[in-house]
Design a protein around this ligand. Structure first.
Ligand code: CA
Length: 464
């Protein structure tokens, strides 16, 4: 049995948007090492998270469940490791398991990593330089740069593993999360060039929900001195000042990405050198997307495309055709099921997603998902002040409901807002600039999507 079970290397970064990867057509950077995975495997163009924020997305990946089921609705909720998880099922079925890098699901009690033969993680968000790590419960200071350290420790664990058993390695980078501190090697990258501003950089939010206008994640207003490592020079116009802040922000973000790219290359080389490439499924993803100046923002949380979309590239030479692209919907709640499927382990009934294997092997079932359910719970929390919302996205439209209440979620602020809706016609308006919810010609679409949204809520059993 174990001879046929593939190894799984799951590389996940934090806040890496797909539009900062050249295999996704980035206009702002090159990621040659990440592109190797896409070129030698498959790129998913419609992979989405079900809640665009760190901790909840991580919990969905481990459990194959939506946040109202796994108990991690916001950054304020710790993960209860006593619940079923993919690493437990893999470990119980002959896999060696390791969790290295960013955990961000809480510490102590039942929140520490469980069912990993080896784990070493950053406490909370972790630091970029000389970070503290908690290794199997013991705190240690580690010299170096976080992205290099996570890769080094991953390779060391691979060196020391039992080669008679398959392995499941979660290699989780802290980068490129705020505060975007690059390493020495990439510190001067992009110094002599201007990074292009995104199409929606000067979105005025006209016609959009008040919740959108209220959010505090604007490049021109909300970035801190710590984020951009300085203050704009005197005498700039408002627009020049915004551009200056953007350049400072995006360059450091991309420098952090460049280090990830190098380190993914090191790991790919390691697999090649150790004859592991053929029998290893390797994935690169991020816990959600990110606004890279899009809509004038940084951060995530909203159901808008840049934040909702996860990069997802996967290589498994034995079964995934090279250089392929899929536009079928894939969700973070589908990852656990996919690993189990490839490992030949039964997928528990309580998992809510579906194995992506048929999509990856280009045999899409007739009844494959064509719409997805999203929910952000952290109503108006101090950081970024984004109103709670849920919604539906299909291949043509996105309907978002800002329901205006905290509903008791942790970190959410109990302040009422008038409920609001947004509808975007994704074919005509891929950048989501025009909210057409109130337009007469879209009323049939609205009615239909509201019905579908209700059905999705019932299917995932989210009754709140
Ligand atoms: Ca994140």
């Amino acid at each position: 049995m174990s001879e046929q079970q593939p190894n799984i290397v799951f590389i996940m970064s934090d806040d890496h948007a797909s539009h900062a990867m050249s295999c996704y057509g980035s206009r702002i950077n090159e990621t040659p090492q990440l592109d190797r995975i896409a070129n030698e495997g498959m790129r998913l163009d419609n992979c989405f998270c079900t809640n665009a924020i760190c901790t909840p997305s991580r919990a969905s990946i481990l459990t194959g469940k939506y946040n109202h089921k796994n108990g991690v609705k916001t950054l304020g909720d710790d993960f209860d490791g006593r619940q079923m998880s993919v690493q437990e099922l893999l470990k119980n079925n002959s896999y060696q398991t390791a969790m290295i890098g960013k955990w961000h699901l809480g510490h102590g009690g039942h929140a520490d990593p469980k069912h990993f033969d080896y784990w070493t993680v950053f406490p909370g968000q972790g630091d970029y330089h000389d970070p503290t790590m908690i290794e199997m419960g013991e705190e240690k200071k580690v010299k170096g740069y976080a992205t290099d350290i996570v890769t080094d420790k991953s390779m060391k664990w691979l060196d020391e593993r039992d080669t008679n058993k398959p392995f499941f390695l979660m290699c989780h980078h802290k980068a490129p999360h705020r505060p975007w501190d690059p390493d020495e090697k990439h510190l001067h990258m992009y110094e002599d060039i201007d990074i292009p501003e995104p199409e929606t950089f000067n979105d005025t939010y006209e016609g959009k929900a008040e919740a959108v206008k209220e959010a505090t994640m604007r490049i021109d207003r909300d970035l801190l001195e710590r984020d951009v490592k300085g203050t704009p020079p005197e005498g700039l116009s408002e627009q020049e000042r915004k551009s200056w802040l953007y350049q400072r922000y995006i360059k450091d973000y991309l420098r952090c990405v460049a280090s990830i790219d190098d380190n993914v290359g090191r790991l790919l080389d390691y697999l090649d050198e150790h004859n592991l490439t053929e029998n290893t499924i390797i994935i690169y993803t991020s816990d959600q997307g990110f606004f890279l100046g899009d809509h004038g923002w940084y951060d995530k949380r909203f159901m808008y495309e840049e934040s909702l979309r996860m990069p997802f590239i996967i290589r498994y030479p034995k079964s995934i055709p090279q250089g392929t692209v899929s536009k079928d919907f894939a969700l973070n709640v589908d990852f656990a099921e996919t690993f189990l499927d490839y490992a030949g382990i039964d997928i528990p009934e309580e998992m809510q997603g579906r194995s992506l294997r048929p999509i990856l092997e280009q045999h899409r079932p007739e009844n494959w998902q064509t719409s997805m359910y999203y929910r952000y719970w952290e109503h108006l929390s101090v950081e970024h002040h984004v109103g709670a919302h849920y919604g539906i996205r299909n291949h043509d439209y996105k309907l978002i409901y800002y329901y205006g209440e905290a509903l008791g979620a942790s970190k959410a602020i109990e302040e009422y807002r008038e409920p609001e809706w947004e509808l975007f016609d994704l074919n005509k308006d891929p950048y989501e600039m025009n909210n057409v919810y109130h337009e007469k010609s879209y009323q049939r679409v609205v009615t239909k999507l509201k019905e579908e949204l209700q059905q999705l809520k019932e299917r995932v059993e989210d009754f709140e």
